[in-house]
Design a protein around this ligand. Structure first.
Ligand code: HEC
Length: 215
């Protein structure tokens, strides 16, 4: 179920990320520094292929970027995202993604307990929201905060083709890049296209087991 990333859907995501302008937060630059000659194998992702990081490097970049990642949430136009206090981490760490980013999954209070049951969670209630924060690292080792990806369960009838999930992407500067059923909807149509393959589990893919937070 998880290894289906690629093709046009993946390219859509790469285009969205490429459209993200870097944001100056006044914070020190975050950079992975390695001894000269150390290979930096590429994951071969779409768009900017990322540097392959070991777990300690991922944690170091997540710590360094924490102020920028928090600021991205706080300045989001999307009120669901700004409700930062309600978010609970659902993955232990940022995970390398085939899309050329590192992602960490969070759920709000309405989503958390059922989402944590993963494939046994059933249909999440109205108001449930799950998001992924992201950062990327280029081949020179420079790390930057990336977009916030959100799924939110809307009122019954919002969109019967997606079990009433709204898919949205917010740039690190807080601007909404696209929202299903709203602004710039075509730019995020590929979200639902891919998540539909998880229709039998409420359109959710869940955190890969080895990254899940124990409930
Ligand atoms: C090509 C397939 C694919 C596309 C396109 C895609 N996703 Fe996902 N999504 C996944 C997979 C696989 C996961 C599981 C976690 C992971 O590996 O990142 C996931 C997880 C998520 C989650 C956490 C909830 C869950 O399913 O467990 C959110 C929120 C999310 N995606 C939002 C989006 C948004 C918003 C878009 C469009 C901008 C999008 N996704 C596009 C495959 C996709």
């Amino acid at each position: 179920m998880r290894r289906i990333i690629g093709g046009m859907a993946g390219l859509g995501l790469a285009a969205l990320i490429a459209a993200c302008a870097p944001v100056a937060d006044g914070a020190a630059a975050c950079r992975v520094v390695r001894a000269a000659g150390t290979p930096t194998a590429s994951l071969g992702g779409l768009g900017n292929p990322p540097m392959q990081l070991d777990p300690a490097e991922i944690d170091a970049m997540a710590d360094c970027l924490a102020p920028a990642l928090d600021a991205a949430m706080a300045r989001a136009r999307d009120a669901t995202i700004r409700a930062t206090r309600g978010w609970r981490a659902m993955s232990r760490t940022y995970m390398a993604s085939e899309h050329g980013m590192f992602l960490k999954v969070y759920a709000n209070a309405a989503a958390a307990s059922d989402y944590a049951k993963a494939e046994r969670g059933g249909r999440l209630p109205q108001g449930a929201a799950i998001l992924k924060r992201s950062f990327r690292v280029d081949m020179e080792g420079n790390a930057a905060a990336g977009p916030v990806f959100v799924m939110e369960r809307m009122a019954p009838g919002y969109d019967p083709t997606t079990n009433d999930w709204r898919f949205a992407v917010t740039a690190p500067d807080g601007q909404r890049m696209g929202e299903s059923g709203g602004q710039n909807a075509p730019a995020v149509a590929f979200c639902a296209d891919c998540h539909k393959s998880a229709r039998v589990q409420d359109f959710l893919f869940f955190v890969p087991p080895r990254f899940r937070v124990a409930d």
